[in-house]
Design a protein around this ligand. Structure first.
Ligand SMILES: Nc1ncnc2c1ncn2[C@@H]1O[C@H](COP(=O)(O)OP(=O)(O)OP(=O)(O)O)[C@@H](O)[C@H]1O
Ligand SMILES: [Mg+2]
Length: 374
């Protein structure tokens, strides 16, 4: 399944030097977005999505575990089929290959801190330090963090600093490097997926916002406040679990179940012996109760309410999901609309609104690469 919009040839004469790419490699599909800058605005040139199921001999919509070579081949294919014209890109790192945590350290100068971080990080990482890459951010004191990792009773003091520690498994970096080589890309950076989505999805403001990424095999939940990631959780159930439940309950092929899921979603149908809504809700109820725990926990710890929830990932395209989420969480819920950060021809409005949630990561990556080009 590929979704290509190839309007740039006629609409804008593409200047390859100024175009950039975001490549989001998920377990069920790859999404790519090509942008360029014109008069300070980010312009959409082309985008595309390619399902990975067929590369692994499984149904579309299911999570795969491809080799690096297979993944690289799929990247080459999606770039070709989407008529991408540049190789300058940023690539995503899945949340599952990373670890984000908050640590409190004694206040010290930046040089000493750089030495201290790897030593401290050992305490938090379940694998040898040689197998990971580290990054960190000192949280500005006036935005002192209160997160689940800290005791809210602890008052900030002058002797300590709060550090957001980001750890990426080297395997993920090596995989991106290999894909870069095979697909002849010019990759400037790899970025953990949530940092890309934050750039393309969030609204300005200081109140806490939540991003839910409902993917194929897992659902990821994040809370961001004042531009800083405060918590991240991964729930090991995703949209493919709905498909598998429908397939099992109705005794039909997975392929057929996937079709029913996408067509029907949570919409009710009269006089049906087997209620698809009920089957779908079983999976969703579990995921929603986990999300509720994250939400309530944060509100309790910080005393601040989540102001808005943004839905990203292909799974949120399920009909009726936004409404169900809003009713469950009693917080305004919106489908992410990252294309709204870009300029595009008006006739694409509806298509892009529909595709938006799936492309949050890819657009965020491309926007960063565009920024980096100055
Ligand atoms: N119209 C639709 N209605 C319901 N579900 C859909 C629809 N379109 C796609 N999906 C589901 O979305 C899922 C894929 O989502 P997405 O592409 O965000 O996952 P991913 O990025 O590969 O995985 P990850 O969870 O690791 O981010 C699939 O399970 C698919 O069945
Ligand atoms: Mg994804």
């Amino acid at each position: 399944m590929i979704d290509i919009v190839n309007f740039f040839k006629s609409a804008f004469q593409s200047d390859n030097n100024k175009s950039v790419l975001g490549i989001d490699i998920g377990p069920s599909s790859i999404k790519v977005v090509q942008l360029k800058r014109r008069k300070g605005r980010a312009i959409l040139e082309t985008y595309g999505e390619l399902s990975l199921g067929p590369y692994a001999g499984v149904e579309i919509g299911r999570a795969t575990n491809l080799t690096t070579e297979q993944t690289a081949q799929a990247v080459v294919d999606v770039l070709r089929e989407s008529n991408v014209t540049t190789n300058k890109c940023g690539i995503s790192i899945p949340m599952g290959s990373s670890l984000v945590s908050f640590i409190k350290l004694p206040k010290t100068d930046p040089k000493q801190l750089a030495q201290m971080i790897p030593l401290e990080a050992r305490k938090y990482i379940p694998v040898p330090i040689s197998e990971v890459s580290l990054d960190y951010l000192v949280i500005p004191r006036n935005e002192n963090i209160v997160s689940e990792y800290q005791n809210s009773e602890e008052k900030p003091d002058d002797k300590t600093i709060d550090v957001l520690l980001v750890v990426i498994h080297n395997d993920a970096m090596a995989k991106n490097k290999e894909i870069t080589q095979i697909a002849k890309l010019d990759t400037q950076f790899s970025e953990i997926e949530i940092f890309s989505s934050m750039r393309s999805v969030l609204e300005p403001g200081t109140a806490p916002q939540m991003i839910i990424d409902f993917g194929s095999g897992s659902t990821k939940v994040y809370i961001i406040e004042k531009g800083i990631l405060r918590t991240s959780h991964m729930i090991s159930r995703g949209s493919q679990d709905i498909t598998l439940a429908i397939s099992k309950s109705l005794g039909i092929k997975v392929e057929e179940a996937e079709k029913i899921k996408r067509e029907r979603g949570l919409l009710k149908k009269e006089n049906e012996s087997m209620d698809i809504n009920e089957i779908t809700s079983l999976t969703l109820d579990y995921i929603f109760s986990e999300i509720s725990r994250v939400l309530l926990n944060y509100q309790k710890k910080t005393g601040r309410n989540i102001s808005k929830i943004f839905l990203t990932g292909g799974g949120v395209l399920l009909k009726g999901l936004r409404e169900k989420a809003e009713a469950s969480f009693s917080v305004p819920v919106a489908l992410a609309d990252p294309f709204s950060k870009l300029e595009y021809p008006a006739f694409l409005e509806n298509v892009l609104k529909q595709a938006g949630p799936s492309f949050a990561v890819a657009i965020g990556l491309a926007l960063r690469r565009l920024q980096d080009m100055g």
